[in-house]
Write a protein that binds this ligand. Structure first.
Ligand SMILES: Nc1nc2c(c(=O)[nH]1)N[C@H]1C(S)=C(S)[C@@H](COP(=O)(O)O)O[C@H]1N2
Ligand SMILES: [Mo]
Length: 543
């Protein structure tokens, strides 16, 4: 008898468990909505989902990150955020169910997750300090209070109505509150108004967030690119082959691959942007404004950019026309000498507004190649995704050791004394682009008709130049492909080969030879630590 009553009081029924789960979900939703609103006021990067996401990106082992990039491509960030939201949903439901029995512990659990978010936010390299904790903390408090109140409605306790001393029921009821059902009306009202309020708060947060970058957007909109002192030479007509399915010689901005760790694309206002150059052996440290750069001698160059995470045959390579200042000029002005002329610094570390660090050999950027600080891409100001207002571009080096986007600081140092972001995660300190080629058409598993089939693609060996491309059908001899004219040795070259295709399955393989005479190896290596090598093959069935 007593046991039965006790059970009834302490073991929540199915309905209450379900309503507890719902309370958890609503509280989690409220916490995130409030956090978004506060983050819109503080900075978007301080939102708990973004901060935890960014922290997990940094903590992800290189191999897993590489896998994620390979499988989800540029959607990897979306997948990550959805993953975090899914995990939070499960946790919210669990805390809600827990709170039905242990109200305080459930609410405290919500606060604990707020603490995790806050810690992640202040731990970011670009954190601006204590204010970054506010979205997580304020959101968690709102969520915890809501959970406490909602679950309270599920466990309305009143003294037993009839509790005559000595009566049979009296013993259990005496002095002790006994749950006599729950406050249905109160629960529904609280839950509904909390859901509505969260939706409104979340929406306001979102719209505030959208209007945040207005200064940056305006500074980009009104930027008119000055004409370069040293224009790029016109792209030779014969640099472009007219083969359907081949990568266009100049990659349109919208198709240009994007690889970075930024969950929120930094929106930097060019009018307040500054670049600082300082460090070892910098005899005249300096700070430049955007206008300072615009007023300098400007160069315009076609340069092909490649990501070290690009698999053989992969998409992370693009060619663009960049406008900016020659990096070596700025460095010389600051009194920097390369190691070959006695300079004490062999590593140039560039930093971005979002805390990225990238290390580049000082020798390379001062050896006469067109290493630049670019603010124009394909005739327009840099898109925000590609680093507005200013990024680095260095011909011949993979992006992770050269192409810092949203750059705001250059420090001269040594390879011995400092490891930048990717190096800390197992990637190489020095990484020139490997000679590679790719078959763009036919596509893998295509079913072309027998007869003449155009095999075509691109080949790159930036700063060395491509001299030859060969194609092999099955185990046949290597056949020399037609090479499109070279634009510069810093750009890729298109190639094509008309193939007399015979019925059946065939494997097409391509290899390039660069100007040093080195033939693209058939030895496959992984992307980590310094870029994939190997030859690209495509299997087709001719009908
Ligand atoms: N701030 C910042 N700059 C960055 C990165 C980054 O994660 N953050 N990624 C680098 C890498 S790995 C590459 S390959 C290039 C890619 O430039 P894109 O996105 O404009 O193609 O940017 C480089 N610059
Ligand atoms: Mo990269």
């Amino acid at each position: 008898m007593r046991n039965e009553e006790k059970d009834q009081r302490e073991r929540p029924g199915r309905l209450r468990v379900a309503l507890g789960a719902l309370s958890g979900l609503l509280s989690g939703f409220a916490a995130l909505a409030v956090a978004e609103l506060v983050a819109a006021a503080v900075r978007p990067q301080s939102s708990p989902v973004i901060a935890v996401g960014a922290a997990s990106i940094d903590a992800t082992p290189a191999a897993v990150k590489d896998w994620a990039i390979r499988h989800f491509g540029t959607d990897d960030k979306l997948v990550l955020q959805l993953g975090i939201l899914a995990a939070l949903t499960v946790l919210a439901v669990a805390l809600g169910v827990l709170a039905v029995r242990f109200r305080r512990i459930g609410a405290a659990g919500v606060l604990l997750f707020g603490a995790v978010g806050a810690a992640a936010a202040v731990g970011r390299p670009d954190s601006t300090g204590f204010a970054d904790t506010l979205p997580s903390v304020v959101g968690a408090v709102a969520g915890a209070v809501l959970l406490y109140v909602l679950v309270g409605r599920l466990t309305t306790v009143r003294p037993s109505p009839v509790s005559t001393p000595g009566s049979a029921t009296g013993q259990a009821g005496q002095g002790r509150p006994v749950s006599t059902g729950w406050d249905r009306r109160g629960f529904v009202l609280t839950a509904a108004s909390a859901a509505a309020a969260s939706a409104v708060v979340g929406a306001v947060g979102r719209s505030l967030d959208a209007s945040r970058g207005r200064g940056a957007i305006a500074s980009r909109d009104k930027l008119v690119l000055p004409s370069p002192t040293s224009p790029a030479r016109p792209i030779p007509k014969r640099a472009r082959l007219r083969v359907p399915g081949i990568s266009p010689f100049v990659t349109p901005d919208s198709d240009f691959y994007r690889v970075d760790t930024a969950l929120v694309v930094p929106k930097v206002d060019a009018t307040t942007w500054r670049l600082r150059i300082h460090g070892k052996g910098v005899r005249r440290p300096a700070t430049y404004s955007f206008d300072d750069l615009l007023r300098r001698e400007l160069i315009e160059r076609d340069i092909t950019l490649t990501c070290v995470s690009n698999e053989v045959g992969g998409p992370y390579v693009g060619n663009a026309r960049w406008i900016g200042v020659r990096l070596a000029d700025l460095l010389a002005e600051c009194g920097v000498a390369p190691p070959s002329r006695g300079g004490p610094a062999d590593q140039l570390v560039s930093r971005s507004v979002d805390g990225m660090t990238i290390g580049t050999p000082v020798e390379d950027v001062m050896d006469g190649r067109d290493a630049m600080l670019a603010f124009g891409m394909n005739g327009r100001p840099l898109p925000f995704e590609h680093g507005f207002p200013v990024r680095m571009v260095v011909p011949g080096l993979y992006g992770f050791v050269s192409a810092c986007k949203w750059i705001d600081d250059i420090e001269l140092t040594t390879f011995d004394s400092y490891d930048p972001y990717w190096v800390k995660r197992g990637w190489a300190r020095r990484a020139p682009v490997k000679t590679e080629s790719r078959i763009d058409t036919p596509k893998p598993f295509a079913r072309p008709k027998s007869g003449t089939v155009m095999v075509a693609g691109v080949a790159w060996a930036q700063h060395r130049g491509v001299d030859k491309v060969e194609v092999r059908i099955d185990d046949g001899p290597w056949q020399e492909a037609d090479l499109a004219a070279e634009d510069t040795r810093d750009t890729w070259r298109q190639w094509s080969l008309p193939w007399r295709a015979t019925k059946g399955g065939h494997t097409l393989t391509v290899r390039a030879t660069d100007r040093t005479g080195a033939v693209q190896t058939d030895k496959r290596t992984r992307t980590i630590p310094d870029g994939a090598s190997g030859q690209h093959s495509v299997v087709v069935t001719v009908e």
